[in-house]
Write a protein that binds this ligand. Structure first.
Ligand SMILES: *Cc1c(COP(=O)(O)O)cnc(C)c1O
Length: 393
């Protein structure tokens, strides 16, 4: 069965009790036990809830795993997975990393005796050199944020397997629609379902999928012990969003390609980062391990002044953190996701003062490109209908 069909027919879409075409909100924290000697499948909703279970089985199905876990946020999912490790353990982690994950790895886990080394995982030799006697896992983000560096997933999982290490992949940018790390040998895949998976800027959620029975059992225990569960309403909204994942991702990715090419033609845009462009260093690798280049791109306007001027004029994308929504989102990493990083370190990672990240939504690609071109050029022709928006921002 192809992915688009699986999104709608994966065995978790119809309520087994009533036949309802949408899994109901089982808004219950506890479940009556008719026979205390033979407890039912559900007893207390931290351990299990039918609505959450439908989402958990769906993500397992879509990623090609045997078990899934829905957590209160992407960071709850990532932190729960990090509790697989113990004092004295060491992780090798992609240097280009989501800021929240970096914070847990540098401010929280060291207090518990778990250490991490950050390396450029696009270079397998550097990954190998960073592995220590006490290394337990490789933690990868690909394509990375915001300059979209691509790590060889087959290469890292092979290296990890040879050494008895786990491979964990943050698959938020690609989603199982385009990239399925478990099928390439990874042990765990993690999502901020806040982004493309739910897709409408209305939920904060996290998901984990694994194909390993022992890890699944330990993660289930951790999710219950830590209580990092996703609430019922948000599980329902995530499933609702997930049904249109392919339609949304495909439309946005086609538009992203068009916009990347359009931005390249603007002389004042100094750099465009999108793996769909043939000159991107990760272009061929991305094409070999994912079925699309996705809906996120970034571009460099050269200076903070130009960024300010553009953001004051742009009309269609909202200017905000986050990504992966039906509306396009323009982020300024230097002041948003990477604000906490020292300027030198930030610029060394390609997050310059002129860099903007665009998550392409479902607006018409020509309208979006037009809006970007005009706001970059600073010669916007205001139309009456646009005035209201200017007054909000
Ligand atoms: C947003 C994001 C996270 C964190 O997810 P939350 O849902 O915000 O907790 C983790 N990884 C990546 C790549 C993200 O974009």
């Amino acid at each position: 069965m192809k992915f688009g069909t699986k999104l709608l027919h994966n065995g978790n879409e119809i309520d087994p009790i009533t036949g309802a075409a949408s899994i109901p909100l089982y808004q219950a924290s506890t479940f009556h036990q008719a026979d205390i000697d033979h407890p039912g499948e559900f007893d207390y909703a931290r351990s299990g809830n039918p609505t959450r279970k439908a989402l958990e089985q769906t993500i397992a199905e879509l990623e090609g795993g045997i078990a899934g876990f829905a957590c209160a946020s992407g960071m709850a999912a990532i932190s729960t997975a990090f509790f697989l490790f113990s004092a004295g353990d060491h992780l090798v982690v992609s240097k280009d990393l989501y800021g929240g994950t970096f914070r847990v790895l540098t401010e929280v886990l060291p207090r518990l005796g778990i250490e991490a080394t950050f390396v450029d995982t696009t270079d397998l030799h550097k990954v190998e050199m960073a592995i220590q006697r006490n290394t337990k896992a490789l933690y990868i983000e690909t394509p990375s944020n915001p300059t979209l560096k691509v790590t060889d997933l087959r290469g890292v999982t092979r290296m990890a397997r040879d050494r008895g290490l786990l491979t964990m992949v943050d698959n938020t940018f690609m989603t199982p629609c385009y990239q399925r790390p478990l099928e390439l040998g990874a042990d765990l895949v993690i999502h901020s379902a806040t982004k493309f998976i739910s897709g409408h800027s209305d939920v904060v959620a996290g998901l984990i999928a694994t194909q390993d029975r022992e890890i699944a059992s330990r993660l289930g225990g951790l999710q219950n012990a830590l209580g990092s569960i996703l609430g019922v309403q948000d599980a329902w909204l995530t499933m609702r969003g997930l049904k249109t994942l392919k339609a949304r991702m495909d439309t946005s990715s086609v538009a992203a390609m068009k916009i990347a090419e359009g931005l390249k033609r603007i002389p004042s845009v100094e750099n465009v980062f999108y793996t769909g462009l043939a000159e991107h260093p990760g272009h061929a690798l991305q094409a070999s391990q994912a079925s699309s280049h996705g809906a996120v791109l970034s571009f460099d306007l050269g200076s903070a002044e130009r960024v300010r001027q553009m953001l004051s004029q742009v009309r269609l994308p909202i200017v905000a953190v986050s990504l992966g929504a039906v509306e396009s989102i323009l982020s300024y990493p230097a002041k948003m996701s990477h604000a906490a990083m020292p300027a030198e370190e930030r610029v060394a990672r390609g997050v310059t003062n002129g860099l903007l990240r665009l998550s392409v939504g479902l607006e018409d690609a020509d309208d979006l490109l037009n809006d970007l071109e005009q706001s970059i050029a600073g010669r916007r022709l205001y139309s009456v209908g646009e005035e209201w928006r200017a007054s909000i921002v």
